[in-house]
Write a protein that binds this ligand. Structure first.
Ligand SMILES: NC(=O)c1ccc[n+]([C@@H]2O[C@H](COP(=O)([O-])OP(=O)(O)OC[C@H]3O[C@@H](n4cnc5c(N)ncnc54)[C@H](OP(=O)(O)O)[C@@H]3O)[C@@H](O)[C@H]2O)c1
Length: 228
């Protein structure tokens, strides 16, 4: 059975863990404080889930999702992620993360910084960053469902993007390939594709609304609105 490793088990980590268990994956959870603080969550998720250190979750995962505040990205250990598909959900919020010059002036993106930190042997794919966790919990559907939702992905390695697309499929989502990691800027905070596609009213603040499905064609439209 394939395993999803999670570095970070907060709003998004927990939500992905539930979707993964429901999709038949084993899950290894981790956070910054240690596995004992995740015992209740692991028990809730059932026998497919266990808690471990971040390095153990990284080593165990066929895919490893890093879902922590961006400010902590340099604390992610490189060695256990070598050769892995690493899914990056992180967003840059200066009020939470502090200022990053290259992000403020637009010369780079948060996922490119993370890729540089990990080095070329890890293959970073940006995904799940543009959907509110409550909407992520609600919109997963089996492949082929009329109301199946799509999420954008970006990455520099084609095999890793295929691998990430496979994970999205298991979790109940289609993928829309937005291009290389640098194109992650098309669905980062502040863009049209950030949050809004997955709300019922796609023109109103997304976090105050119930979830509404977003098929691939609609997600492409939202990405195009960000321009190049
Ligand atoms: N919330 C959303 O709807 C949403 C949607 C899309 C993307 N995002 C982005 O996804 C990321 C996670 O968001 P979230 O809302 O899930 O955050 P959160 O609820 O605050 O959870 C953060 C998790 O990261 C863990 N963590 C922090 N530093 C760590 C480290 N060095 N090693 C291992 N684990 C560490 C925390 O563990 P401890 O509690 O033990 O420190 C916690 O489990 C953020 O970058 C956010 O911007 C969030």
């Amino acid at each position: 059975m394939a395993t999803l490793g999670l570095i970070g088990s907060g709003h998004i980590g927990k939500t992905l863990a539930r979707l993964a268990v429901d999709g038949g994956l084993d899950v290894v959870l981790s956070n910054s404080r240690g596995p004992e603080t995740l015992a209740d969550l692991a028990a809730d998720l059932g026998p497919r889930a266990r808690a471990a250190t971040a390095a153990e979750a990284a080593a165990a995962g066929d895919w490893v999702v890093v879902t922590i505040p961006l400010v902590a990205y340099t604390r992610v250990e490189r060695e256990p992620l070598a050769g892995k598909t690493v899914i990056d959900t992180m967003n840059y919020y200066p009020e939470r993360d502090g200022r990053f010059e290259g992000l403020d002036d637009g010369t780079t993106t948060s996922s490119e910084l993370f890729q540089q930190h990990l080095g070329a042997s890890a293959h970073v794919v940006k995904a799940f960053n543009n959907i509110f966790f409550r909407h992520l919990a609600a919109l997963g559907r089996p492949a082929g469902a009329d109301d199946r939702t799509a999420l954008p992905i970006a990455g520099d390695d084609a095999d890793a993007k295929r691998h990430a697309t496979e994970l999205l499929g298991i979790l109940g989502y289609d993928a829309v390939d937005a291009g290389p990691l640098a194109k992650g800027r098309l669905f980062q905070p502040g863009t049209p594709a950030y949050g809004a596609p997955y709300a019922q009213d796609k023109d109103a603040p997304f976090a105050q609304q119930d979830a509404g499905p977003a098929p691939a064609a609609l997600v492409r439209e939202f990405l195009a609105r960000a321009g190049d």
